[in-house]
Ligand binder design. Sequence first.
Ligand code: NDP
Length: 249
Amino acid sequence: MSISLEGKTSLVTGGSRGIGKAIALMLADLGADVVITYARSEDAANEVKAQIEEKGRKAKAVQADAVNYERAEEVIADIVDQWGKIDIIVNNAGITKDNLILRMTEEQWDAVITTNLKSIFNYSKAAAKPMMRNRGGAIINISSVVGISGNAGQSNYAASKAGIIGFTKSYAKEFASRNIRANVVAPGYILTDMTGELDEKVLESIKAETPLGRAGEAEEVAKAVAFLASDLSSYITGEVIRVDGGMAM
Ligand code: NDP
């Protein structure tokens, strides 16, 4: 038994770097055509597009601020117009703007909530009708263990990531009868640009709290996403899979 996404079309938000890039490349390895979106990193996004095409798949890299609902509708409409359907959406785009609550600005709160949570509504809603017409689909939303456990200094991020879990379970209930499955992957500490900004002491304490005793790789998150995107998970919806080395156990 192996995972195949042959003939599937997919969209990964924030596919220019980090976890989103690893997911986009893995979906392509498994046979899917892939659209990635990005905010600013045009060169990096075009490089990912080229890597997907080298694997023999169709690819597009499109600039699309995940916060913008109309842009989400356009991106998905273009995929359906040009490739006929959309099978898989991976809502991965996300940011951090950490601060203790007493110091957190309204701007820091709003930016993280809209980028991380509203974006999930945008692409999940925009994909719903095309997926219903196509008689099925898979949505995978990237949360975080911080959305399960909370974290001092990350109240905005934790709220956005906990919100993703509540949204996904509601979405899964609303669309199960249409054969659209929606699940969450909640990574722990994964080596990317996002965690590259953490200082050495914080990183050491995160590792100490992780039973597997090491940071995760973006590809290890991508494997869980690939499973949830494929028919191997055909009876799984509304689930949260932690990919965290046991951190939030
Ligand atoms: P990176 O900072 O490495 O990459 C973030 C990606 O999101 C980039 O492709 C970026 O595009 C894109 N992005 C950011 N803002 C927007 C926006 N407004 N519109 C469109 N795209 C946007 O992050 P990671 O790869 O580490 O994180 C990916 C996801 O995984 C996030 O949701 C994060 O919260 C989550 N996560 C990460 C963990 C970790 O340890 N790294 C742990 C738990 C969860 P551009 O390149 O153009 O800026």
